[in-house]
Design a protein around this ligand. Structure first.
Ligand SMILES: [Mn+2]
Length: 312
């Protein structure tokens, strides 16, 4: 079958966009380090249901690989400005039966990347993957603002007796001493949250910008809530996006964000503050439709890497 990628000269690539592969995080020289984790702390009912996420997003990115120096009009120039390096460190050897070991692997990788002065960009895997990343960002010694973009608030204390799973991500983050602020954007419909979970989050001080508000008024109140100069970790659950463009999620919910609303938010954060970590989670290949979601995820990832590559 003829594809646009073939016309552009794209072939198979082992890394995202064919970026240089990094095998030693302890010696990495780059501004951005992409790496994957098939999962972290699974619920026994569903296991590593997003295991193929990193591979599917890399495969979709291959279409752009041959043209990495071309203009990306979402960024106003090539993804990487002159002299800026981004690398792909591959996937961590996580396994379903060892959640504690997985958390240690992810945390150690983030600590190594931060120690080298680079920004970690983590591809999941389900939404339990960011917990050890947010935790490990304490190594920088600075207070953190968490910007979660997600259809769900993830404030359950436990599910199936598991406290480190994907529905508890923001509650666990709220318990970390270095997390001083949480802003959550994109929530909508009926999800895992109970009335008491929302109350706990609000009492903690979370600022919510629901998807309905984003649809009416854009992302700008969320941007205003980010303090000037803050260190921000952005936790993107792809189910924040509307299922019309991102069908590859376990629970599709109408009324989600557009590609541009997510890009505007990420770009605006980098302008007034500093993105110190990013994750993209919950991409579920078997739910995708004709590669649409993977294309959107890959394009969004190009945009995010480009934004981080340009920040001061
Ligand atoms: Mn979600």
């Amino acid at each position: 079958m003829a594809t646009l990628a073939a016309m552009f000269g794209a072939g198979r690539v082992a890394t995202f966009l064919g970026l240089p592969r990094c095998d030693d995080l302890g010696a990495v020289e780059a501004k951005v380090v992409i790496f994957g984790a098939a999962g972290c702390t699974p619920y026994s009912s569903v296991g590593f249901y997003c295991a193929g996420g990193p591979e599917a997003i890399r495969a979709a990115g291959a279409a752009y690989g041959a043209n990495l120096t071309h203009v990306d009009f979402d960024l106003g120039g090539p993804m990487l400005p002159e002299g800026v390096r981004a690398v792909d460190a591959g996937d961590l050897p996580v396994v379903e039966r060892d959640a504690e070991g997985n958390r240690a692997l992810i945390a150690a990788a983030v600590e190594r990347i931060v120690a080298r002065g680079a920004v970690p960009v983590l591809l999941g895997g389900d939404d339990s993957v960011p917990i050890p990343m947010v935790q490990a960002l304490a190594a920088s010694g600075r207070k953190l603002t968490v910007l979660q973009i997600d259809a769900h608030i993830d404030w359950r204390d436990e599910v199936e007796g598991e406290r480190w799973g994907l529905s508890s991500t923001m509650r666990r983050a709220s318990e970390m001493a270095h997390v001083e602020r949480i802003i959550q954007v994109g929530q909508r419909g009926i999800g895992s949250a109970r009335v008491s979970d929302l109350r706990d989050a609000t009492e903690w001080g979370v600022e919510f910008v629901p998807a309905g508000e984003v649809a009416r008024a854009g992302v700008w109140r969320a941007v205003d809530l980010i303090p000037e100069g803050a260190d921000v970790v952005i936790c993107l659950d792809v189910d924040a996006l509307d299922p019309a463009v991102m069908p590859a999620v376990i629970g599709r919910t109408a009324g989600g964000l557009s590609y541009w609303q997510v890009m505007e938010l990420v770009g605006a954060v980098a302008e007034k503050a500093r993105i110190v970590g990013f994750d993209m989670v919950e991409f579920m290949p078997e739910r995708d439709i004709d590669g649409l979601g993977a294309m959107v995820a890959a394009q969004l990832l190009v945009g995010v890497v480009g934004v981080i590559a340009r920040q001061g």
